[in-house]
Write a protein that binds this ligand. Sequence first.
Ligand SMILES: N[C@@H](CCC(=O)N[C@@H](CS)C(=O)NCC(=O)O)C(=O)O
Length: 222
Amino acid sequence: MGKLVLYGIEASPPVRTVLLTLNALDLPYEFVAVDLFAQGNKSEEYLKINPTGTVPALLDDGQAISDSHAISAYLASKYGKDDSLYPKDLVKRSVVDHRLYFDAGVAFERALRGTTKPILFNNETNVPQQKINNIAEVYDIVNKLLQNHPYVAGDNLTIADFSLITSISSLQAYLESDVAKYPNLVAWIKRLEQLPYYEKANGNGVKQLIELIKSKNITIVS
Ligand SMILES: N[C@@H](CCC(=O)N[C@@H](CS)C(=O)NCC(=O)O)C(=O)O
């Protein structure tokens, strides 16, 4: 097995997705901190590993892989004892991929990063109501995905759950998911919180990110 080095910061949701995958697969790894506030992700050295300058990035025996969704799919495919986290069956895989792309484009990028980046990096304190509506829309969609199944892509835990839980647990900083409105979503969050590695891989980082966001004293404006 190769030597795995994960670059990132624990507060970052996509970094936590990879931490969940690494822990689920029981893989040893080295963690290298990249300080986003000191532009560590824009250094020449880091851009050689991930040209988009975002965290996470992974080195597997020197081979660079970027984007949490791609990294998780790679790790599960290469090191999974079976294919349950990322199915080989093409139809089942397409369902997992759908949820991964939904996270990449909508839950993480539009709802979470679209709201958080101006607050943490541009000192913005006003959050337009429209952004909160985007978050509610994500909760509504994921609640629907969970209507007949315990996990977002069906009856088994997959890497799609890891991607969406890191975004959705972080989005609670702006909008707490109401059990009356989103019962399946809230039950799923509780289900994932039971994973033995949850606190270590996601819980700690979520707390750090939510505390950081709350320290900025944001106001929701219509
Ligand atoms: N789709 C990417 C998103 C990665 C991403 O946007 N990471 C953020 C931290 S949460 C980042 O590196 N931001 C720094 C920047 O944009 O300069 C993934 O899943 O890995």
